[in-house]
Design a protein. Structure first.
Length: 77
């Protein structure tokens, strides 16, 4: 008779909700280390305004998100 064995299968599943809308046509501010990691790994990052996206476009082509800009300016005061 064999002894029963237990296999433990641990999985971490993360669900991302990527926002759509006008935020897609703006450049957003995010922490540099998080932004760099997201660009390298192709993972989502959260902007100061709360927008979650996978950075893939040239941010210089779009206007800065006014909400991100306001939050950033308040952080640096």
């Amino acid at each position: 008779m064999t002894n029963p064995s237990t296999i433990l299968d641990e999985r971490v599943e993360t669900e991302y909700r990527l926002d759509e809308g006008d935020h897609e046509r703006m450049s957003h501010y995010a922490p540099k280390d998080k932004l760099l990691e997201a660009m390298i790994e192709g993972t989502p990052v959260r902007a100061l305004c709360g927008k979650v996206w996978v950075p893939s476009r040239d941010p210089n082509r779009f206007p800065v998100c006014p909400e991100c800009k306001e939050i950033y300016e308040n952080l640096t005061d």
